[in-house]
Design a protein around this ligand. Structure first.
Ligand SMILES: *Cc1c(COP(=O)(O)O)cnc(C)c1O
Length: 409
């Protein structure tokens, strides 16, 4: 441990507490570097990073191709706005369209902004459908959903802890229980509902997957009633489940998709894809953002896709996750008083807990494993897509070691 870095971590802690808004319960470590699946704090302690910046660092830390592409682009051109074309954005839509099919993309800078764009798309669709602005504005969302912290995002997030203090929110939203098709059938009105919006696998809510049959039935209802099927793939998309998009496993075809987190591998970028004919709803002047699809962000996303493809990461996640899930399930059997069940797909795993996850997350961190709590009920393990089998096993070993010493009250 160098004297300098110890000093810098103390300095960071002091500056954080003095100057930063109090909206985060930031954990008491300062991370200073990363390589692959590992990160180091200012004291030189290393951690296996299964937080991945909340499902963001899809190709790990400091991937040489990513570093190279970002620095090459930074030397050429960082930003020009959407007043002009830039080459990386053009290449990125070409690359992404292989996964989405025919349609159009709109770029932004975060997940919440991507969902805002989906909600604006829903308003335009509702206006077209009813012929009147403000008449058909209904959006049905899932209970326990999470769609972001902007006003649109909060309105689409039917959770008291997210909405409290910020009402009144946008009107027109209603919530139905995930996977309960009868409830959605009742909630979706042919005249008043413009869209449904849901995550293929709920992340922040506690890792609850949408059932493939439910998704197919929901798609059928949406088509019959001319309601947009909007899928939020912000956390579960871009290879994390062993498919490029998690919804692919169900065979549905969304009308629009929101993506962000894993897309930039750590560089902020968000996007929506829209299927025809809905991709004609946005016309010049109807939406926009200064930074969206900027050259550097687009180059970062292109690098992520290049790495995912050249290292076959989507099929690698699919191939490596069953054995990993098996060993996690063995852990659940070993500690039934602590672990309730293992949920999720691929490298998006929720360890559902019978006890408060927060002290366990802290103990895991002490033992050298970073993980993410979800809604006070689960611990998320979100390794980078290029995490090795040895690293997956190491995470299970650390978990085992921490739980073996756990005193259940
Ligand atoms: C994280 C997340 C968002 C919000 O993304 P931000 O980039 O934090 O605004 C929206 N939807 C889902 C499913 C998410 O996981």
């Amino acid at each position: 441990m160098s004297h300098d870095s110890a000093q810098s971590t103390d300095e960071s802690a002091k500056l954080y507490s003095q100057f930063l808004a109090k909206n985060y319960s930031t954990q008491a470590i300062t991370l200073v570097k990363g390589k692959g699946t590992r990160v180091w704090d200012a004291h030189g302690k290393s951690y296996l990073d299964f937080a991945s910046g909340i499902a963001v660092n899809s190709v790990g830390h400091a991937h040489p191709v990513m570093v190279k592409r970002i620095s090459e682009q930074a030397e050429k051109l960082i930003h020009v706005s959407n007043l002009y074309r830039n080459e990386p954005q053009a290449k990125l839509v070409e690359s992404l369209s292989k996964y989405c099919g025919p349609g159009r993309f709109l770029f932004c800078n975060s997940g919440a902004e991507a969902n805002e764009a989906l909600l604006k798309l829903a308003r335009l669709h509702g206006k077209k459908k009813s012929g009147v602005e403000g008449k058909c504005i209904g959006v049905v969302v899932a209970e326990k959903a999470f769609h972001g912290r902007t006003f649109g995002g909060m309105s689409a997030t039917p959770q008291e802890k997210i909405q409290a203090g910020f009402r009144p929110l946008l009107s027109g939203f209603s919530a139905a229980p995930l996977n309960d098709i009868a409830a959605w059938d009742k909630a979706i009105s042919a005249t008043d509902t413009a869209a449904v919006l849901l995550e293929t696998i709920q992340g922040e809510g506690g890792v609850f997957p949408a059932d493939p049959v439910f998704l197919q039935q929901l798609q059928k209802i949406c088509r019959e009633r001319n309601v947009l099927l909007l899928i939020d793939e912000i956390q579960c998309g871009i290879g994390r489940t062993g498919k490029f998009f998690a919804y692919e496993a169900s065979g549905i075809k969304p009308d629009a998709i929101a993506m962000a987190k894993g897309l930039g591998g750590g560089f902020p970028i968000g996007a929506i894809w829209m299927a025809p004919p809905h991709d004609e709803l946005f016309q010049p002047g109807s939406h926009g953002t200064t930074f969206g699809g900027g050259a550097l962000a687009a180059a970062a996303a292109l690098a992520v896709i290049e790495i995912i493809e050249s290292e076959n990461l989507v099929s690698r996640v699919a191939a490596q996750s069953p054995a990993w899930h098996e060993s996690l399930k063995k852990l659940a059997q070993k500690y039934p008083a602590i672990i309730k069940e293992i949920r999720g797909t691929g490298y998006m795993v929720g360890v559902a807990m019978n006890i408060d996850p927060l002290p366990v997350v802290a103990a895991l961190r002490e033992a050298g494993l970073l993980a993410v709590p979800a809604s006070g009920i689960a611990i998320r393990l979100l390794p980078p897509l290029n995490a090795t089998v040895a690293e997956l096993n190491e995470a299970v070993e650390i978990f085992d070691r921490v739980l073996s010493a756990w005193k259940v009250a």
